[in-house]
Design a protein around this ligand. Structure first.
Ligand SMILES: Cc1ncc(COP(=O)(O)O)c(C=O)c1O
Length: 479
C-alpha cells in the first residue's frame, strides 16, 4: 500500500470528533457550541476540529503520535532528513531557518529582493549581511533571481560566509540556475537556505522547475497554503542535509510558534501533503491542457499579453499578464475586481494569476473568467506604458551600521536634499522593480539619491519610505 494515502492527523481528529467530546478545556468555543449565531453557518464545521493537545491528538512541539506520523510522511515525500509542519507561514520558517543556521556577526550572503521575514531574521540574528543584487528582466519589468556570476564573485570575496540565502522561484514563478549556484556555495562549504514559499508543488516534476530540495539546498521553507490546498498560514520547513543542526531548528520553532497551534491548519497540511503525494501523470496532463486553453484565450484579449518565461524556466501555475494599453497593472486588477475576479498581485505593468493545482476532472471557472476579463477590459484606452528600469545598484553590498548597533542609534526624518552620506533607517523598495533601493543600515550615496529622485518623479510606488513624498527620509543619527 502507498503509505502516502494516509492522513494521520486528520484521521485522529475525525476519530476525536466522532467521540462527541464534551469540552472542559480550551478553546472557549467548545467545538463550536459557544458561538455567535450569525457566524455559525461558516464556522460550525471547522470549529468541530479546532481542538487542542488532547490524548490522541499529539503535540506539535514534541510529536510522538499523529503529528509525528504526518511529519514523517512529509519527509518521505520530499525525501528530506527532517520536515516540519508550520502554523505561522513561511514567515516563521524563515525566522527559524536563519536563526538556526546563522550566529551573531556571521557573514551571510543574501539575495537582495527577499521577503521581509528574511530581513527581520537577519536583524534578529544580528548577522553581517552581504546583499546580492538580482537580475532585472526588462520584458517582465520585475526582479528575477541572482546570477551565478554574482554568487561566484561573492563566495570568492567572502569564503567565510556561514550561509547563502536565496528566494526561489520569485513571486512571478521565474526560476534560475539554483543547482549551479548551490554547487558554487557548497564548494566553499557554505550551506544554502532557500525561501521556496511559492514552490511547495514543484516536486511534481517537468514542466515545473525542479524543487530547491532536488537541487541540493540544505534547508527549504515552503508556504503550503500558497499553491497546495492548505489553509492560510500552513507551511513546511525541510532540513535537507547534515550541514544543518536539527536541534537548533527545533529549538527556534518552539520559541517562535504558538504553544497552542491550530489543529485545522495542521490537519490541512496533512491533507495538502496527501494531495501532492497522490498527484498523478494524468492529473498533470489534465492540468496542463486546462492551463494551455486558459492562456490561449487570454492571449486573444487584445489589450493584454501573456508573458512567457525566459528560456521557458518557470512555474506553469502562475500566469502573468501585461498591459498592452494605457492602463497600469493596478488599474487592470481593479477592473477585474469589479467583475469579482480577484488576482494575486498587480504591479505598474502586470497582473499575476495563481492557478489551482487541478486534478483530472476537477472543474474551475476558466471560461467564466475569460468572459469577465473580456468585459472588464473592453474599450480600454490605447497607448503604451513606457519605462526602462536599470537601478545600477552594486552587485554586492554591505551595511554601514551593523544590526547589532542599530538598536542604540536614534532615528530621525531628514530632508532628502540633506541626506547624502547619512545612513538610511528604513527599507525603501520601489515597484517596479521590487528590489530594495535602500535597506535599513545602508549608506545613502549620491547615486542612490538620484535614483530615488528619478523614481519619485516617474510616479513609482514604494514599500517603506512613507514620508518620501514630503521630501523626507528616515536616517540614523550617527553624530
Ligand atoms: C517569497 C516569500 N517568502 C515568504 C513569504 C511569507 O510567507 P507566509 O505568508 O506563508 O508567511 C512570502 C509571502 O508572500 C513570500 O512571498
Amino acid at each position: 500500500m502507498n503509505i502516502q494515502i494516509k492522513t494521520p492527523l486528520y484521521a485522529a481528529l475525525m476519530e476525536h470528533v466522532n467521540k462527541k467530546p464534551i469540552s472542559f478545556h480550551v478553546p472557549g468555543h467548545k467545538y463550536g457550541s459557544i458561538n455567535p449565531s450569525e457566524a455559525n453557518p461558516f464556522f460550525e464545521q471547522i470549529l468541530k476540529i479546532d481542538a487542542t493537545e488532547l490524548s490522541g491528538l499529539d503535540d506539535l512541539h514534541s510529536p510522538e503520535g499523529a503529528i509525528f506520523e504526518g511529519e514523517a510522511l512529509l519527509a518521505e515525500l520530499f525525501q528530506t532528513k527532517k520536515s516540519y509542519f508550520l502554523v505561522n507561514g513561511s514567515t516563521v520558517g524563515n525566522l527559524a531557518m536563519i536563526m538556526a543556521a546563522c550566529g551573531e556577526d556571521d557573514i551571510v550572503l543574501v539575495q537582495r529582493n527577499c521577503h521581509k521575514s528574511v530581513l527581520n531574521a537577519l536583524s534578529l540574528a544580528k548577522v553581517r549581511p552581504v546583499f546580492l543584487e538580482p537580475e532585472f528582466d526588462q520584458n517582465w519589468k520585475v526582479a528575477a533571481g541572482v546570477s551565478i556570476e554574482t554568487v561566484k564573485e561573492a563566495v570568492q570575496i567572502y569564503p567565510e560566509a556561514t550561509a547563502l540565502i536565496l528566494t526561489y522561484p520569485n513571486y512571478y514563478g521565474m526560476s534560475y540556475d539554483l543547482q549551479g549556484i548551490t554547487q558554487q556555495a557548497h564548494q566553499h562549504h557554505i550551506p544554502v537556505l532557500v525561501d521556496e514559499a511559492h514552490g511547495p508543488h514543484l516536486i511534481i516534476g517537468s514542466p515545473f522547475p525542479a524543487s530547491a530540495l532536488q537541487l541540493g539546498a540544505d534547508m527549504v521553507v515552503q508556504s503550503a497554503h500558497k499553491t497546495l490546498p492548505a489553509m492560510t498560514m500552513g507551511a513546511f520547513l525541510h532540513v535537507n542535509s547534515g550541514r544543518i543542526n536539527e536541534d537548533e531548528v527545533k529549538g527556534y520553532l518552539e520559541m517562535f510558534q504558538s504553544s497552542s497551534p491550530s489543529y485545522p491548519i495542521m490537519a490541512s497540511l496533512d491533507i495538502a501533503r496527501n494531495y501532492l503525494a497522490t498527484y498523478e501523470r494524468r492529473d498533470l496532463a489534465f492540468l496542463l491542457t486546462e492551463i494551455g486553453r486558459f492562456k490561449e484565450q487570454l492571449n486573444n484579449v487584445p489589450t493584454i499579453k501573456v508573458l512567457e518565461y525566459p528560456n521557458s524556466l518557470g512555474d506553469p501555475l502562475k500566469i502573468t499578464i501585461q498591459s498592452r494599453c494605457g492602463l497600469s497593472g493596478f488599474e487592470l486588477q481593479r477592473r477585474l475586481e469589479e467583475f469579482s475576479v480577484y488576482t494575486e498581485l498587480a504591479d505598474p505593468y502586470n497582473v499575476l494569476f495563481i492557478l489551482p493545482l487541478l486534478k483530472e476532472g476537477q472543474c474551475y471557472p476558466f471560461d467564466e473568467t475569460i468572459s469577465k476579463i473580456k468585459m472588464a477590459f473592453e474599450d480600454l484606452p490605447h497607448g503604451h506604458l513606457i519605462g526602462e528600469f536599470q537601478l545600477d545598484n552594486q552587485k554586492i553590498s554591505t551595511l554601514a551600521i551593523p544590526y547589532k548597533e542599530m538598536t542604540n542609534v536614534r532615528v530621525k526624518d531628514i530632508l532628502m536634499t540633506e541626506a547624502l552620506g547619512n545612513v538610511c533607517a528604513e527599507a525603501i523598495i520601489p515597484y517596479p522593480p521590487g528590489i530594495p533601493l535602500l535597506l535599513k543600515g545602508e549608506r545613502i550615496t549620491a547615486e542612490k539619491l538620484s535614483q530615488l529622485n528619478r523614481l519619485l518623479k516617474s510616479g513609482a510606488r514604494f514599500q517603506g519610505g512613507s514620508a518620501l513624498r514630503q521630501g523626507l527620509i528616515k536616517t540614523f543619527c550617527t553624530t
